[in-house]
Design a protein around this ligand. Structure first.
Ligand code: NAD
Length: 490
């Protein structure tokens, strides 16, 4: 297919079918399977991250007003790290994994062989438009697949940069970018894929899963939700507020799937926490946060209106205890704290995905568990405490995709940990080896020679054979010997 067919607005079902057909042919030819092909692509992507760092930072600034430091640390560095770690470990990940054998298969050997799935589709979101596009692609390539990336149209500068850059760095016969919105994604979803990884909201997640079901295609859904932060009174308040603030406003101004969505704390402790949060915010973003260069803007006017609605519904703006400034022209909303908004208000039932942070108070911190567990399972949950018993109770008693204790967000940066949701926050996981596993089929392989025959398993079935087989599967050594020599059991 010529490149024009993949231009935004011209990509229909026919173009999608041709594209998938082409990539499938390339996959069948076997080129994506070799270790050398995989590492060549990954090395080239790592080089792109160095050579095009400024273009990436500029595109992220154009899309989101993202501060350079956040673009570098959260998008470029993490992508680089993903490539470097994969390159370092890929050989060992690709090795068949020996497993033990059982008496019923003796003599034999057994192993798990990781084989590529085929042609996979990556549908990415706008808030970390570079990392959320590249990281799944790295995993798909590492596992030896052909891959189509569909970046988010809500971050057009990054989407178009990816479309322009990738052909210069990777093998276009097996790795492609398709730009576009709903029509183009729908055309892609109509095709048969071998895996789909989708990042975005759960409403579209359901559309993706329904489309995948038609072809029995497995899916990874990286969704969102309301990530709670429980703040106990036994904390280092200065450290806690800094770590909450950087996980909220220091992550794309709260437009991050694992950013704190709301805080739960004890009623008596709330005033102290609010004062500490206010002073941390002033240290971070000055007296006029609307003028701060260290805060991303809201991505577009639809999302500005969506976040504004959260403040304007249910009279929750009366509950603002800090911030609340809005500038629709500049698409800016200042870091905003609200105290004791009703739990059934829109702001407490919808994912906020922006700079608002409600604080819910309880009489006893243990009540926070019931509040969290009565809601859809979050993508991340956080606890700040020096109380080890409370910590243990939280880790065991709260269900979430992942968690950090006395920290926010950082668990996502450890490639040794899987990243993914549970329940309403998603299914499947990736990052590091989990990406390789996600995009591989784990093939069970048993190997035998022509020796070691066991005639007892072949018909005609006789009482002696039956006795021997029963003793074998029960691990009854004496029974096996007696059956073999034909002695009756005492
Ligand atoms: P978005 O608007 O960029 O949409 C995501 C993708 O879905 C885009 O590529 C878009 O083109 C496609 N899409 C949109 N509507 C579609 C439709 N009707 N049919 C087919 N495809 C469609 O992103 P968003 O949904 O606004 O992203 C924000 C949500 O994503 C939040 O809920 C957030 O928590 C979640 N999120 C999750 C993660 C994660 O890793 N778990 C990361 C980022 C964001």
């Amino acid at each position: 297919m010529d490149g024009d067919g993949e231009r935004k607005g011209e990509f229909d079902g026919k173009a999608a079918a041709e594209l998938v057909g082409e990539l499938r042919q390339s996959f069948w030819n076997g080129k994506t399977r070799s270790y050398d092909w995989r590492t060549d692509q990954l090395r080239s992507l790592a080089r792109m991250l160095v050579e095009k760092e400024k273009d990436i930072i500029d595109a992220l600034h154009e899309d989101l007003g993202k501060p350079e430091m956040e673009s570098f640390i959260h998008e470029i560095s993490l992508a680089k790290d993903g490539c470097a770690r994969t390159l370092k470990e890929l050989k060992s990940w690709m090795k068949p994994q020996k497993v033990s054998t059982s008496i019923t298969t003796f003599p034999s050997s057994a192993e798990i062989v990781s084989e590529p799935l085929g042609v996979v589709l990556v549908i990415s979101a706008w808030n970390y438009p570079f990392l959320l596009s590249l990281e799944p692609v790295v995993g798909a390539i590492a596992a030896g697949n052909a891959v189509v990336l569909k970046p988010s149209e809500i971050a057009p500068a990054t989407s178009s940069l990816l479309k322009r850059l990738l052909p210069g760095y990777v093998d276009s016969s097996s790795i492609r970018v398709v730009e576009g919105g709903v029509p183009e994604t729908t055309a892609l979803l109509d095709q048969k894929w071998d895996k789909i990884i989708y990042t975005g909201n759960s409403k579209v997640g359901r559309i993706v899963m329904a489309a995948a079901a038609k072809h029995l295609t497995p899916v990874v859904l990286e969704l969102g939700g309301k990530c709670p932060v429980v703040v106990d009174s036994k904390v280092d308040l200065d450290v806690a507020t800094k770590r909450i603030a950087v996980g909220k406003w220091g992550c794309n101004n709260g437009q991050a799937c694992i950013s704190p969505d709301y805080i739960i704390t004890e009623r008596e402790f709330a005033p102290k926490l609010i004062e500490a949060m206010k002073s941390t915010l002033e240290i971070f973003y000055g007296k006029d946060p609307m003028a701060s260069k260290d805060l991303s803007r809201i991505v577009n006017s639809n999302h500005f209106k969506r976040i504004s609605k959260l403040l304007d519904s249910d009279k929750v703006s009366e509950k603002i205890v800090h911030g609340g400034q809005r500038d629709e022209q500049a698409l800016k909303i200042s870091p905003t704290l609200l105290l004791d908004v009703p739990q059934d208000s829109l702001i407490m039932t919808e994912e906020i995905f922006g700079p608002l942070l409600p604080i819910i108070t309880v009489d006893d911190i243990h009540q926070s568990f019931d509040i969290i567990n009565s809601r859809p399972k979050p993508l991340a949950a956080y606890l700040f405490t020096k109380d080890k018993k409370l910590e243990e109770k939280f880790v065991r008693g709260v269900s979430a995709g992942g968690m950090s204790i006395n920290e926010t967000v950082l668990h996502i940066t450890n490639p040794g940990l899987p990243f993914g949701g549970v329940g309403e926050s998603g299914m499947g996981a990736y990052h590091g080896k989990f990406s390789f596993d996600t995009f591989s089929h784990k093939k069970a392989v048993l190997r035998r020679s022509f020796g070691g025959e066991a005639p007892a398993r072949y018909p005609p079935y006789t009482p002696k054979k039956s006795r021997l087989l029963k003793a074998l599967v029960n691990g009854d050594i004496i029974g096996i010997i007696l059956a073999l020599i034909g002695w009756p059991r005492a």
